[in-house]
Design a protein around this ligand. Structure first.
Ligand code: 13P
Ligand code: SF4
Length: 310
């Protein structure tokens, strides 16, 4: 399929034609962020997916996000511009190994971070995101033991915030484990007035230097409200596009990776491009599909999360 000269207006035309909505995460390419109907963190994106009346959801994010939208909307067409846009964190929790792990703790409630596959969601009792993990864990009776999967870093952070002793699956995000504590401390010395804002998928050694920890939306809101002028941003740098738009006079410094070979851009998120997004809408592929039995089992813990987040 030949590409039109003006992708922005061609996408707008297709959106009308298909009655489509474009949902995008902050780690997407800035061009994609600019054409999205809704931009948000994982919680906001799943809330939008739960309430949209569009016929087609174009999901500019990674597979588990689009899959969550499909679980919530079995009758809608859910498109992901590049089906290979996976997630290292979701990949770090294979379903067969998780089933064995879970069997070792039969009395435990399973709370899973939304960054996991539908098969893991289907084995979970409640889903959470970085925006509501602490709130959800705090709603569980104190004598109820909990397994938290798959992110060990978010898990450790939630344990610290709630005082709950949870069993953690040892998964992690390749992007958020690429930050260097030493380089961050050097940056703090270089910019003594800057506040450090970090995502809870980062390791504890990095989080201990943070002035504020939150989901991507929480970080964006925080830097707008803060009276500081500069921020060291310790998450995927795609979000800086929105921070700069929301607060053009403030300075946003991306935290450096471990070494020159490493990169803090998420290689999965960045597989989506404006061109692929256009082609997905034009050809109505690639589409997210999943077995109905898995979908039904995965829907229950997502609905619990949505109910517990209000
Ligand atoms: P949130 O946007 O929900 O904070 O998640 C960050 C992330 O890593 C998504 O993959
Ligand atoms: Fe997964 Fe990490 Fe990329 Fe988010 S940033 S999609 S958690 S690999």
């Amino acid at each position: 399929t030949a590409l039109p000269r003006d992708l922005f207006s061609a996408i707008a035309d297709l959106k009308r034609e298909l009655n489509a909505v474009i949902l995008a995460h902050y780690y997407q390419d800035p061009d994609i962020q600019d054409i999205a109907d809704y931009l948000g963190d994982s919680l906001g994106l799943s809330q939008q997916a739960a309430q949209t009346d569009a016929d087609v959801i174009v999901f500019a994010g990674v597979h588990f996000m689009a899959e969550t939208a499909k679980i919530l909307n079995p009758d809608k067409l859910v498109l992901l511009p590049d089906l290979n846009a996976g997630c290292s964190l979701a990949d770090s929790c294979p379903p067969d190994e998780f089933a064995k792990f879970k069997a070792k703790y039969p009395d435990h409630l399973v709370i899973s971070y939304i960054n996991c596959t539908a098969d893991i969601k289907a084995m979970s009792d409640i889903i959470c995101t970085s925006a509501n993990a602490v709130k959800i864990v705090n709603q569980i009776p104190a004598d109820q033991p909990i397994i938290f999967a798959p992110d060990r870093n978010l898990g450790k952070y939630v344990i610290e915030q709630t005082g709950r002793d949870m069993v953690l699956w040892q998964g992690s995000c390749m992007v958020h484990e690429t930050f260097s504590e030493k380089k961050m401390v050097q940056l703090k010395i270089q910019y003594p007035d800057a506040e450090v804002i970090a995502h809870p998928e980062c390791e504890e050694v990095v989080l201990r230097h943070a002035d504020y920890i939150g989901s991507t939306t929480a970080l964006l809101n925080y830097c707008q409200k803060s009276d500081r002028q500069s921020f060291i941003v310790v998450t995927e740098p795609g979000i800086i596009h929105q921070m700069q738009k929301a607060a053009p006079d403030k300075q946003f410094i991306p935290a450096p990776p471990l070494n020159q070979c490493a990169c803090n851009e998420c290689p999965h998120m960045r597989l989506n491009t404006l061109e692929k997004l256009y082609l997905a809408m034009k050809t109505k592929t690639p589409e997210i599909t999943l077995p109905e039995s898995t979908r039904i089992a995965a829907l229950r813990p997502i609905q619990k999360m949505l109910a517990m987040s209000v």
